[in-house]
Unconditional design. Structure first.
Length: 388
């Protein structure tokens, strides 16, 4: 696995295999100081002492704490402490037990039934719903922007997106109960039946006789689907890409999709990590170098979708229409551990071609559409005025 998931952490509950492709999965050796200098030896001694103290403290808790449940093992205690620490430091990071990680990996190796729901985690910990058009979740009444609170009675508070994936998996025809909260704070429960229906991430619709591309998520197939759709596009007509309610997706899928519109060598995105800056640029020539491009965005446009928008707008290839985006500008990696578990760690901040670090701030549109104007007519009228 060589790709990386960005944004608040997206899952597609329709085919969970698509979600697994979005993370960079690595197996790293335990980093231990090399011997040879007094400082390294001192660091090693200090590290060993801290680990010994931690193990001893857990043993005392396991033996004597009156609040401990009889069924809790040392592994349970270790998992609880790691999960608590990571949740405290970063809403996107997590520790997965071997069982949780096994279920998560199963989502990448098999096709499991789902409910046609994309979700993203915000910096404050809220998990936001993005129902896919005509999917079971949308038909059941799940609205874009609603908060997901629980699955089958299990709270998702503090859980990473991969942990939610592990909870959401199921067989075709089985039911799952979602607890939701709308914008006004009203809570409700919906029962949804899992299915194996396919929901394309790239589709097309017509508004007032104008073709519009709808992009609901970035997957490994996005570039190919976009290229096919653009192959018969009239050179006389502008390309309009509707990215509203697009919760993001696969990091490299967004990079690859942007290449369809950019000149070879033009910058797309950079990732700022503790080891430095890694930059990604277009490696091909665009398939539609002259057509005007308009990108529609709103407050639910996030992560990989923000990469795509920033790359095209900041290279002067497109104009964006709408409202300030969600502002999810970090990348998460999955690091496999020797005991079968895994760490989900935020490892980098995303930086646009102009050097903007947009995490928590979002991307302002080139041409704003006033708040509350969610109807497609408002976006279309604004775009039409720019074309004419």
């Amino acid at each position: 696995m060589t790709s990386a998931r960005v944004g608040r952490g997206t899952i597609i509950l329709m085919l969970l295999a698509a979600f697994f492709a979005g993370y960079l999965v690595r197996t790293l050796p335990l980093l231990t100081p090399r011997e040879g200098t007094p400082q390294r030896e001192a660091d090693s001694t200090s590290s060993n002492s801290a680990i010994s103290q931690y193990t001893e403290a857990l043993a005392h808790i396991r033996q004597s704490a009156v609040f401990l449940r009889p069924t809790e093992s040392m592994e349970d205690l270790t998992a609880s402490t790691l999960k608590a620490y990571l949740a405290q430091e970063d809403p996107y990071s997590d520790f997965l037990t071997s069982g949780e990680y096994m279920r998560f990996k199963a989502a990448g190796s098999q096709i499991h039934a789902g409910i046609g729901l994309d979700i993203e985690k915000q910096r404050n910990g809220d998990v936001i719903c993005y129902p896919l058009p005509e999917g079971p979740a949308a038909r059941a009444g799940v609205q874009p922007g609603e908060r997901l609170l629980a699955l089958d009675g299990i709270s998702i508070t503090g859980k990473s997106i991969p942990a939610v994936v592990a909870l959401a998996m199921g067989q075709p025809g089985t039911h799952i109960i979602l607890e939701l909260e709308d914008h006004s704070g009203i809570r409700r429960q919906l029962t949804i039946t899992r299915s194996l229906n396919s929901f394309p991430a790239v589709s097309e619709y017509t508004h007032r006789s104008i073709r519009i591309i709808k992009l609901t998520s970035f997957t490994p197939a996005t570039r190919k689907d976009l290229e096919y759709m653009l192959s018969d596009w009239s050179k006389a007509h502008p390309v309009i890409v509707d990215l509203r309610n697009c919760g993001g997706g696969d990091f490299h899928a967004a990079v690859d999709a942007a290449m369809l519109f950019l000149k070879q060598g033009e910058p797309i995105i950079s990732v700022k990590s503790r080891s430095g800056m890694q930059s990604y640029s277009s490696t091909i020539e665009p398939i539609s170098p002259t057509q005007r491009v308009f990108l529609w965005q709103d407050e639910l446009t996030a992560s990989a979708a923000e990469i795509f928008i920033a790359a095209l707008v900041e290279n002067g290839r497109a104009a964006s229409v709408g409202r300030i985006t969600a502002g999810k500008g970090t990348r998460q990696d999955v690091i496999e551990l020797k005991n079968g578990g895994a760490l989900i760690l935020t490892t980098g901040y995303l930086v646009t071609p102009r050097g903007v670090q947009f995490d928590g701030r979002g991307l302002a549109p080139t041409y704003p559409v006033k708040q509350g104007s969610a109807n497609t007519d408002y976006f279309f009228d604004k775009t039409a005025s720019l074309i004419n």
